[in-house]
Write a protein that binds this ligand. Sequence first.
Ligand code: SF4
Ligand code: SF4
Length: 280
Amino acid sequence: MNKWNMIVDVAKCENCHNCTLSVKDEHVDNNFPGYAAPQPQHGHDWIKITRNVRGSSHMVDTAYLPTMCNHCDDAPCLKVGGKDGAVKKRRDGIMIIDPEKAKGRKDIAESCPHNAIAWNEELEIPQIWIFDAHLLDNGWKEPRASQCCPTDALEAVKISDSEMKERVVNDKLETLLPELGLKPRIYYKNLHRYAKHFLGGTIVTEASGQRECLSGATVNLQQDNKIIDTQSSDMFGDFKFDKLEAGHHYTIEVTCVDHSIKTMDVALGKSIYLGEIELT
Ligand code: SF4
Ligand code: SF4
């Protein structure tokens, strides 16, 4: 049976908030019995966008991460609220928190490790983004969030779980908090742009009394005395190793014909631009 999944391409999200606004437009002041009670006008973002800025100087990038209910197949919220029907997993993979049966159930709101459940103080119910199930059940081909995303950062796909597994491998998709094994149905492409770190710098040299960028220098990235990646500095002398884990020690070794070798040890806490590295 085909089930719903959402693929979020972090590299394409431009922080326009159309997706967040589409949820508000759909749910503020609107009641969908059996699906969702109205969303409060303020304080709830059932699709949230968070920002991460990496690096400094000219080597800086910003990534935005849209997050929402992951519609997990092995969900703690379902374990807490599933027995009495307050939380339901549909056959198409979508999770629904029943607005009537979940009344007063703050324990459901507190059960989500992704913090994807918002507590509605006024109605005293836990609420999530319901993948626009109320629209899909009425013939919509995809949720409003993906439909209105101007950069195609959101792609809703309804395919079998085995087809989705292939897609995960082919497109190198990841999930949030994979260590918890909750089997989320929201997948991320280019997640490293938000969750991993880079180490970069600019190779320069002195020629004819002038400091200039050195292109074509070989830059080796080493860890535990092993080369794990190699790059050539570009026309601006820049190199940048991405997708690195924080909390590790790395060594940069720079070589170039007619120049001395330069090495640097770096304890990577977060993305770092090392500045100019001069070869003599
Ligand atoms: S609509 Fe698309 S580009 Fe805009 S914030 Fe949402 S995911 Fe990002
Ligand atoms: S993200 Fe949270 S609320 Fe959504 S299904 Fe998973 S555990 Fe439940």
